[in-house]
Design a protein around this ligand. Structure first.
Ligand code: IPM
Ligand code: MN
Length: 359
């Protein structure tokens, strides 16, 4: 029995989450495990009503679940940053979800903006560190409102954070790299950094990367790319990549680029993972206010997030079946990944996947 906390959130979040839960229930029936879902109403509407984002007591509640499924956070009536920091980042930090795992995988039948690239070329995973860097909020503004005002925001990493992220990434490469997946003759972990300019933070990352690789994972091929070059190769030669590990800020940026190469926000999913605690799974796209309530948003990203949740919970057969069902739908059913252009409504897409999983 898995206890799942569901936070549908804002905008189209509830619509896509409903479909993810629909497929989760189908998978549970088919593969003989039990789930119990508990819904939480954190998001913009609750904030407008009560002034509350994610209260500390809620964080304690969330710790008691096996996993969290999140729809989307972000409301047009609420100033940017309040809900993002108060809910999403607070959950990531307080639950110490120190990995943000973001597969970049082009499914069959999905339109790719890269010329001559197909599912064989775009199939890699970004391991984004999820607790440090510019996201710690270290910094401040002084002399605000004067001509001399000054703002500082610091990229912060300590060795502990870097090491635990690298360890996860090496282990992940060992289990899921291209060799492990029968897609190549070696497993490769690439560090994406900026050692030519960020000579403190990425010096730490690079030293830690090679030290750990040499000592504990000698069979895993190590590569290094500057982050700007990483972007270039993600477009020009995405087939070069296997597993990429990087800091929080670069990881945020390159995974949006990755998402668009795999068909866009309608399909891109991620997991905020605490390997020793409670993890939270979410579609990478936002709350899409302009599509809210229309039944046209693509739920596949949320379904894929739920699929990652099943994998993390150890329900690997069910996870594989969900992925297969999504691939079946992208290859044979959906006309497009874009909202309103799928050829199906949001709930019809959920039905399609749920039916396929149940077969
Ligand atoms: C993401 C988002 C968040 C981030 C925002 C909404 C705080 O862009 O999950 O990638 O920057 O991490
Ligand atoms: Mn982002």
């Amino acid at each position: 029995m898995y206890k799942i906390a569901v936070i549908p959130g804002d905008g189209t979040g509830p619509e896509v989450t409903k479909e993810a839960v629909k497929v989760l229930k189908a998978a549970a029936d088919k593969f003989n495990f039990k789930i119990e879902t508990t819904e939480f109403d954190f998001g913009g509407e609750r904030y407008k009503r009560t002034g509350e984002t994610l209260p500390d007591s809620a964080v304690e509640d969330l710790r008691r679940f096996d996993a969290i499924l999140l729809g989307a956070i972000g409301h047009p009536d609420v100033a940017p940053g309040i809900l993002e920091k108060g809910i999403l980042l607070k959950a990531r930090f307080e639950l110490d979800q120190y990995i943000n795992l973001r597969p970049v995988k082009l499914f069959p039948g999905v339109d790719c903006p890269l010329k001559d690239k197909g599912p064989d070329d775009i199939d890699y995973v970004v391991v984004r560190e999820n607790t440090g860097d510019l996201y710690t909020g270290t910094g401040g503004i002084s002399m605000k409102g004067t001509p001399n005002e000054m703002a500082v925001q610091s990229a912060v990493y300590n060795r502990f954070q870097v090491d635990r992220c690298l360890k996860y990434a090496f282990e992940y490469a060992r289990k899921h790299g291209k060799k492990a997946r029968d897609r190549g003759d070696k497993n490769t972990l690439a560090l994406s950094g900026k050692t030519n300019v960020l000579t403190y933070v990425y010096d730490l990352w690079e030293r830690a990367f090679h030290e750990m690789g040499k000592a504990d994972y000698p069979e895993i091929e190590r590569e290094y790319y500057h982050v700007d070059a990483t972007c270039m190769w993600m477009v020009k030669n995405p087939e070069w990549f296997d597993i990429i590990v990087t800091g929080n800020m670069f990881g945020d940026i390159i995974t949006d680029l990755g998402a668009i190469t795999q068909g866009g926000m309608g399909i891109a999913a991620g997991g905020n993972i605490n390997p020793e605690g409670v993890s939270m799974f979410e579609p990478i796209g936002g709350s899409a206010p302009k599509y809210t309530g229309k039944g046209v948003i693509n739920p596949l990203a949320a379904i894929c997030a739920m699929q990652m949740m099943l994998e993390t919970l150890g329900e690997e057969t069910a996870a594989a079946a969900v992925e297969k069902a999504v691939m079946f739908a992208t290859a044979n059913k959906l006309k497009s990944m874009q909202a309103g252009k799928m050829g199906y409504s949001t709930s019809q897409v959920g039905d399609l996947i749920a039916e396929k999983v149940a077969q």
